[in-house]
Every structure is written in C-alpha cells, then in structure tokens.
Design a protein around this ligand. Structure first.
Ligand SMILES: NC(=O)c1ccc[n+]([C@@H]2O[C@H](COP(=O)([O-])OP(=O)(O)OC[C@H]3O[C@@H](n4cnc5c(N)ncnc54)[C@H](OP(=O)(O)O)[C@@H]3O)[C@@H](O)[C@H]2O)c1
Length: 339
C-alpha cells in the first residue's frame, strides 16, 4: 500500500510517501480502506518521538480514520466489505491494562489502508461525509469530554480558549457556543482571529501582538473586582501556562488536555491559591462522546471546521502546514484505494 512513513524519529524530513507492505490481518481485526484521515498535532509528537511511548519503527502517523471495510480478519462478525465506518483510534486491553492507539503505538491512517480491531469500528451513516467523520475522534472527542464532561461549560460562562484556531480549539469553541457560553478566542494571527469571530467567538485576541494576561485585566478588571474568566482552556502549556493562570476569575477553572509547547512549564502557585481555581485535566474521549458528536453532525447542529482536503500523496506537505501553524481547523488527507 501507499503510506506516509518514517523510519526514525526526527524533523519533517524523516517522512516520505512510499510503498510499504500492509500488515497481515489477525483474528478479530478489520482492514479499512481509508477515505479520510484528519491531522492532529499528535502526529507531530508521534513523528518526533514521545518520552515513555514506544512507537514501532518504521512508523505511520494518523489517528483519525474514516473509510470502508476492505477485509475481515478471522472470526469477525457483523461487518461486511464495503461498510462505511469510523474507527475509534484507541483499543484498551483490559486484561493487561495496555492502551493501543493507531498513529501512535500502532500504524496509523496516513495510508491507503489501516488495521483496527473490529470492536473499534463505529458504523458511519450515509449522511455523514468521510471528511467530517475523520475530524471527530481525537480533536472533537477530546474537546467534547473536556468542555462538557470535565469542564461543565454552560450558559453564561465566559470561556477563554488559547490555541483556538486548531483542531481541539475550534471544536472547543463550537461546543462552548452550542452550550450558551461566551467565548474569548485567542490565536496567533489576525486572519485566524477573523475566522474565529465568524465561528461565533464573542471576542478574539491575537496573542502574537497582545499579552493575554494584560488583555484580560484591561477587559474584565482585577481579580478582587470580579475580573477574569469562568473557564480558561490551555492545551498549549509552555510559556503560556503561567500567564493564562492570571486570566481565571475567583473560583474559576482551568481545563487542559495537552501541552503543545511544553509539558513541564513554569507555573505560579500564587494565582492558583489566590483565585481558588480548579485545574482539571481531561484525557481523550469515551465512545459516548463520539456517538453524541456523530448525532450532532447528522442533525447539522455541528459542522466540523475543515481547512483543506489534501490527497494522501501530498501528505508530507500537509503535515508540514500543520506543524508550521499554516491552517485553520482541521486538515484532512483523502485516499481512494479499492475495497
Ligand atoms: N489528551 C488528549 O487526549 C489529547 C487529544 C487531542 C489533543 N491533545 C493535545 O492538544 C493539543 C492541541 O492539539 P490539536 O491537534 O488541536 O493541535 P493543532 O490543531 O495543531 O492546534 C494547536 C494550535 O495551538 C496554537 N499554538 C500555540 N503555540 C503553539 C506551538 N508552540 N506549536 C504549535 N501550535 C501552537 C496554534 O494556533 P495559533 O497559530 O493560532 O497560535 C495551533 O493551531 C496538542 O498538544 C495535543 O497533543 C491531547
């Protein structure tokens, strides 16, 4: 099959589009002919290598696959060749406690075919496109769990989202607006800010030009005067972490699901205790998040924000655009291998 492959961890030049033998199907597994695979920042981490996670080499990135069942492994029942499916990227082996994830510890979907366990398949209704479906698991599933289950964002909440222009960020914005919250969307360019306003952000801030803590203080006032936001969403980490703690109102909450710019940032305990804030982690999604999101897409209540659809053969350049932050929402790779 054709795939975007890396033989070693490193910068973008370790990626190449080439032929590689598809793995044999084992009992309980299904081969999917990938029709759409959305890109996530996780793909960059997989390519670079992550401390504590062993990625098999050669590796293939890509966690989010929508496509058609191409082949059934021994013992698989209830699915047929040609079925439209979305794959839940994660399989947890409850006996060993091990987590397996495509585009991470298993070969991913920057490829014509990807293999998952049959239990990971979700039937994809005809009225949900492969591209829309491929946006859902990692970005929208994580945003849904973070904003709804963990964050309890609701009507009247003011929600500051850093990195609002990316996959999780646009999803968090859309979900917050659907729940009646008022979103302050922060991003790195004026053009991204303009597009965030079109998606329903009440305010936008370009944090390349403006210090976010100063912006918050000027707009809302000091902490003891009732200033700050109810919810601050920070999955960027790095230098942004301590500054963003200054934007939380008394008794507010910080939601985090990632650390694009660094997972071990300096913090400032004074703001945590003074504002009596809650810092809530949120990790991934449950199958119920994906079912709910698919329902929202079917009803038209949710339209995933897609930057562009790019043929698999051009996947290295698409991955470069992701890493260089030259996109808005989700980039989707497309493929059309036979079933
Ligand atoms: N725990 C989980 O289960 C889970 C699931 C999904 C994602 N995550 C994590 O959540 C984070 C966001 O993921 P994503 O796929 O939404 O990423 P993404 O689509 O690449 O968006 C991230 C956005 O953050 C902004 N940003 C700020 N500083 C950055 C930096 N130093 N490098 C890159 N981008 C920077 C960029 O927007 P501007 O250019 O506008 O600044 C970028 O568009 C990642 O850290 C990811 O690993 C975790």
């Amino acid at each position: 099959m054709k795939a975007i492959v890396f033989d070693e961890h490193g910068d973008i030049d370790v990626l190449s589009y080439r032929d590689i033998a598809a793995p044999e199907l084992r009992a309980g597994e299904v081969r999917i002919a990938v029709r759409a695979c959305s890109l996530n920042y996780h793909d960059v981490f997989t390519r670079r290598g992550m401390p504590g996670i062993k990625v098999p080499l050669p590796g293939i990135p890509g966690c989010d696959a929508a496509g058609q069942v191409a082949e059934l492994g021994p013992g698989v029942k209830g699915w047929s060749v040609g079925d439209r499916v979305l794959a839940d990227p994660v399989h947890i082996d409850r006996e060993t406690g091990k987590i397996f994830m495509i585009g991470d510890t298993l070969w991913g979907a920057y490829a014509q075919y990807v293999t998952v366990r049959a239990s990971q398949l979700i039937a994809l209704p005809d009225d949900v496109s492969y591209a829309d479906a491929s946006c859902l698991p990692v970005a929208y599933g994580t945003a849904h769990r973070m904003m709804v289950t963990r964050g309890r964002v609701g009507p009247g909440d003011t929600v500051l989202i850093l990195g609002a222009s990316g996959g999780v960020g646009t999803a968090a914005l859309l979900i917050s607006v659907m729940r009646g919250a008022s979103v302050i969307a922060a991003a790195g360019t004026d053009d991204k800010c303009r597009r965030l306003a079109e998606l329903g952000a009440a305010e936008t801030v370009n944090y390349t030009d403006v210090d976010i803590a100063r912006y918050c203080r000027e707009r809302t006032g000091g902490l003891f005067g009732g200033g700050g936001y109810d919810v601050v969403v920070n999955f960027t980490g790095g230098d942004t972490w301590a500054r963003s703690l200054r934007c939380v109102r008394q008794g507010g909450r910080v939601l985090t699901c990632g650390a694009t710019a660094g997972y071990n940032p300096p913090t400032d305990l004074r703001y945590i205790w003074t504002a009596e804030m809650d810092i809530r982690g949120s990790n991934g999604w449950q199958r119920s998040d994906l079912d709910e999101l698919l329902g929202m897409v079917r009803s038209g209540a949710l339209v995933p924000v897609i930057d562009s659809q790019v043929p698999l053969a051009d996947g290295v350049e698409a991955h470069r655009a992701l890493e260089e932050r030259r996109f808005f929402g989700k980039i989707v790779l497309t493929a059309d291998a036979p079933v």
